[in-house]
Design a protein around this ligand. Structure first.
Ligand SMILES: [Zn+2]
Length: 375
């Protein structure tokens, strides 16, 4: 994710923090220092309070991740945003039951943290109104005190749980809703229903925000609306594409190029073969991939006499002919390379490109998914 920094590694997962988190720390320091008129002590207090919130978000995300790992998935990284995190999962099985448990543990962890904080309300010195006084007295919540701190953390953890359980993608609640619906209908239909629910919800939230001038609600509504759309498209693509193996629909007459060939020679092949991306083969072995972007970039920066080897992708994914098209889609997403060689028994069979993938998708999605057996 853009604008994020690596801060460490836990359980073999890269932990990243989005820049907005630092902005929120600065903002909290400003609010408690200047806004609530408490000077530097207030600023430090505000920063510590938000950092503690940060720890709760980390725990929330790690609960998702540990559960995903438990189910055999791989978690590449977690990027922490102030309202939660974004986990980059690999090889996650689309099993509604597993999705349910993987998702629900996040909000549950915040509820547990909240409950564990309740005894502390009785242990810390109370300023006003007993253990729960802070919830009815704004001065305690906005002041500097242990009671205020514990009350604030408790409130925030319950709010995090409730917010994340709203039935809208990309929030946890959207995933929970889909996993529950998927018990009664197909995964695609469940995703569609959950996406629609999320968008209706976002629409109501946005309109309410506009009418009442609550701009934060409007921002959250836009965020939910777009997230829902993205999730829906991605899930539908994956499900539809998983119905076909690569070997069933690969173009097996893909032209290859040699590492030593000049770019001008490749241009001639492009003009004659209507092929834009090439596997680079040396002595029967695939050594690289030459994409259209590599070719154009190479022609521009190095001229027509440069060799294929100088401009090709040397790090590239490969798929097996037995793999599903959904795997190709995931690999293209995670590597950014839009042309992937297909191998069968370690021999080059052909090439799958993004264009090819979208053709397969359009063809498959125009056939009724109740007629095609689900993979
Ligand atoms: Zn979550």
């Amino acid at each position: 994710m853009k604008w994020s920094f690596k801060i460490g590694r836990v359980f073999d997962i890269e932990l990243r923090v989005h820049i907005t988190f630092f902005l929120i720390i600065v903002y909290a320091a400003y609010i408690w220092g200047v806004g609530y008129n408490q000077g530097w002590p207030g600023a430090v207090y505000g920063a510590v309070l938000i950092s503690a919130l940060f720890v709760c978000v980390v725990i929330h995300e790690l609960c998702h991740s540990r559960m995903a790992q438990h189910y055999g998935g791989e978690v590449a990284s977690i990027t922490l945003l102030p309202i939660g995190g974004v986990s980059l999962l690999k090889n996650m099985p689309d099993d509604p039951k597993k999705e349910f448990w993987m998702t629900i543990v996040g909000p549950v962890s915040n509820v547990i943290i909240g409950i564990l904080l309740i005894p502390f309300l009785y242990l810390v010195p109370n300023q006003v109104g007993g253990a729960y006084g802070a919830f009815t007295n704004a001065d305690v919540l906005t002041g500097i005190s242990l009671q205020g701190f514990v009350s604030y953390m408790l409130l925030i953890n319950f709010l995090l749980a409730v917010f994340n359980l709203l039935p809208a993608f990309p929030l946890d609640g959207g995933r929970v809703l889909r996993s529950l619906l998927a018990r009664r209908m197909s995964y695609v239909a469940a995703t569609r229903a959950a996406v629609t629910t999320g968008q209706i919800f976002a629409f109501i939230l946005g309109i309410t925000g506009l009418l009442t001038g609550a701009w934060l609600w409007v921002i959250i509504a836009v965020f939910i609306y777009m997230g829902a759309e993205q999730e829906g498209a991605g899930a539908e693509m994956k499900t539809v594409l998983s119905r076909l193996t690569v070997g069933q629909a690969v173009e097996d007459d893909a032209k290859t190029v040699d590492p030593g060939q000049s770019l001008s020679e490749v241009v001639t092949i492009v003009l004659h073969a209507y092929q834009e991306d090439f596997p680079v083969v040396d002595g029967g072995k695939i050594v690289g991939v030459l994409t259209r972007a590599n070719l154009l970039g190479g022609l521009h920066s190095r001229g027509p006499n440069a060799t294929v080897e100088q401009v090709m992708e040397k790090e590239f994914p490969v798929v097996d002919a037995e793999a599903r098209f959904s795997e190709v889609y995931e690999k293209m997403n995670s590597t950014g390379i839009k042309a992937i060689p297909v191998v069968k028994n370690s021999h080059l069979l052909g090439m799958v490109t993004l264009e090819h993938l979208s053709e397969v998708f359009m063809l498959l999605s125009s056939t009724d998914d109740t007629l095609t057996p689900q993979a």
